[in-house]
Design a protein around this ligand. Sequence first.
Ligand code: GTP
Length: 366
Amino acid sequence: MCHSVGVLEAVLLVGGQGTRLRPLTVTTPKPMLPVAGVPCTEHQIARARDAGVSRVVLGTSYKPEVFLEHFGDGSRFGVELVYVTEDVPMGTGGAIRHVADHLLSGPDDPVLVFNGDILSGHDIAGQVRRWREDTADVSLYLTRVEDPRAYGLVPTDTEGRVLQFLEKPSTPEEIVTDQVNAGCYVFRRRVIDAIPTGRPVSVERETFPGLLAAGSVVTGFVDEGYWLDLGRPLDFVQGSRDLVTGRAPSSILPGPVGEAMVVPGAEVAQTAVLSGGTFVGAGATVGPDAVVEGSVLFDGAMVAAGAHVRDSAIGYGAIVGSGAFLDGVVVGDRAVVGPGNELVHGARVWPGVALSETSIRFSSDR
Ligand code: GTP
C-alpha cells in the first residue's frame, strides 16, 4: 500500500559486477572501493542526507554482505538503511523496480535514484525542487563533457524537456549536444511501479526512451558542478585524487588536504615523496626514497624503497618491490610486484599473483 509519508527516499544502485574495475572488484564491489579512504556509497549517503534524504534503499546483487557489514542499519550515517538483494542481476531498471515494494513514498512522491559509482557535487535538493516545479515524471541529472563520444547524449529543449536519448555518437554529426546522463534521477514513485517485473531492464535503453515515446514529462537538470564516473581504473584513481586535493566536494573528509592524505597508522619514510593527491591507507608503508604520485595505496599496501608509483591503485596488502616503476596500473589485493619491474598504462596484476624480480617490462608506451 502506498501513502505519502513525508520522508525523502533514495535508491542507490550498487549491484553491478564492476567488470571494468577488475581486479579491484574481484574482492570488493565497486561502490565499496575506498575513494580517499571512504567507499563511494558512503560519500553518496552523506550527500543525500545533506540534501534531506532520511531513508536509503540499497539495491544490491554482487557481494551484498560487504555493504551490510559496513553500513549496518545506517544509524551511524544518519539515515535509515534498507537492503534489497536481487538473486539474479536485473540491470539498472530491473533493480529499481525490484526495490519498489520496500519504498514508503506515495504514488506522486519523488524518489531519488543514484548510480552507485558516481562522485558528484551536484545540487541534489535543487534537482528535486525543479522536478516538483516541472511536475515531471522523471528528471535526469545531466552534466556537460568536453568529449561526449563515450557517453549517451541527452539533448533538451529550452524548457529543459528531454528531446531524445542517443546512444554513443560515432560521427561528428551525431554529436548534437554536450549534455550526458550523469546517473542521478528523480522518479515519480508511480513510474517506478510501472517498470516491468521479472526480467532485466535497462533504464537508459528501455525505460527512459519508452517514457518519451509515451509522452511522459522527462526533464534534464543540467548542473556543471564536479562530476566523475568511477567506472574505469584511472577514473577511480582520479576520484580519490580529486577528493584529497579538494577538487571534488565531500562532507565527510576534513576538507582539502593537499598533496597527500596519510591515514594514522600508515608509515611513510622521511625521504619518501608523496604528491598529486596520493592516498595512503591504514597500515600501508612507503619506504625510503620511494615516490608516489596521484595514487591510491589501499590498507596494508607496501611501496618499497626507491619504487616509483604514478596514477596507480595498489590493492589491500599488495607489495611493490624496491626500484619498481608503475604508471597507470592496478595491482590486485596481496599481489607482489617484484623489485625492478616496470609496468605501465593499463597493466593489471591479479590478486595474489607474484611477479618475481624484473620478470616483466612493459615499455611499449614510453
Ligand atoms: P561494469 O561491469 O564495469 O560496466 O560496471 P557495473 O556492473 O557497475 O555496471 P554500470 O557501471 O553500468 O552500472 C551503473 C550502476 O548501476 C552501478 O552503480 C552498478 O552497481 C549498478 N548496477 C548495474 N547493474 C545492476 C544490476 O543488475 N543490479 C543492481 N542492483 N545494480 C546494478
